[in-house]
Design a protein around this ligand. Structure first.
Ligand code: 13P
Length: 249
């Protein structure tokens, strides 16, 4: 059984007062779907978010972590530091980390391994660039990203992995993948994991779509058979929009 999930990646938005205001609104909002709700604030707001959301079903994730457990890594944060403030889920491999901070699939494989050995759940992001899609290489690019970053982990570890397919050309652009484009890629992803790991892993693997998901397109995207939810950027900064997407199932 695949879990429905809607996660909000706040990126570098929402200071302390904005975090408090948005979370108060989310706490009051009415949830009509049974999707898991996750918010991913900046590092500095994680402890605050965990405290504010105590006793609710809204979960908190981090947007990044370092592969090392401790040491001379100025500006970085480890899995155990995240666990220490009550955060058990981490986004790894977002396209902004890949393009702005040169994170490669090989480096991301190390982060995934570190997150798993720190008992964290991973939302692993990947997706092709516009040039890959235009030249018809999008399936190959995605296959390569997945194989390099994830195909060394044990079958059992997949219980702690959520995939998030985010075509780079759809992030923050207002241009969403069509429901058909999302479905064919999600089916491709599921079959790749199936080939490598088999039925048990695949049937419980949630694959999220990310890239300009909004209240007006969420329902159509989420109705695709291999789409199990969304990783939401811009629309997750507004409580009504985020909840409309959560309730789009
Ligand atoms: P937008 O929803 O703003 O396109 O961002 C998607 C994203 O990058 C989520 O991680």
């Amino acid at each position: 059984m695949r879990t429905k999930i809607v996660a909000g990646n706040w990126k570098m938005n929402n200071d302390s007062s904005a975090t408090s205001a948005l979370l108060q609104e989310l706490k009051k909002a009415n949830q009509t779907s049974n999707a898991r709700r996750i918010v991913a604030p900046a590092f500095t707001q994680l402890a605050q978010a965990v405290k504010l959301l105590e006793g609710t079903t809204i979960e908190v994730a981090a947007q990044n972590m370092n592969a090392a457990t401790s040491g001379a890594f100025t500006g970085e944060v480890s899995a155990s530091m995240l666990k220490g403030v009550g955060v058990a889920t981490v986004i790894i491999g977002h396209s902004e980390r890949r393009s702005l901070y040169n994170e490669t699939d090989v480096a991301l494989a190390e982060k995934v391994a570190a997150a798993l050995s720190g008992n964290m759940e991973v939302i692993f992001c990947f997706g092709e660039e516009l040039s890959d899609r235009k030249s018809g290489r999008h399936f190959d690019v995605v296959s390569h990203q997945l194989k390099t970053a994830l195909f060394e982990i044990t079958p059992d570890s997949w219980k702690h992995i959520i995939l998030a397919y985010e075509p780079v050309w759809a992030i923050g652009t207002g241009e969403t993948a069509s429901p058909e484009q999302a479905q064919e890629m999600h089916a491709h992803i599921r079959s790749l994991v199936h080939q490598q790991y088999g039925e048990t892993v695949t049937t419980s693997l949630s694959i999220l779509y990310g890239g300009s998901v909004k209240p007006n397109n969420a329902k159509e995207i989420f109705s695709q058979p291999d789409v199990d939810g969304g990783l939401i950027g811009g629309a997750s900064l507004n409580a009504n929009d985020f909840m409309a997407i959560v309730n789009a199932f």
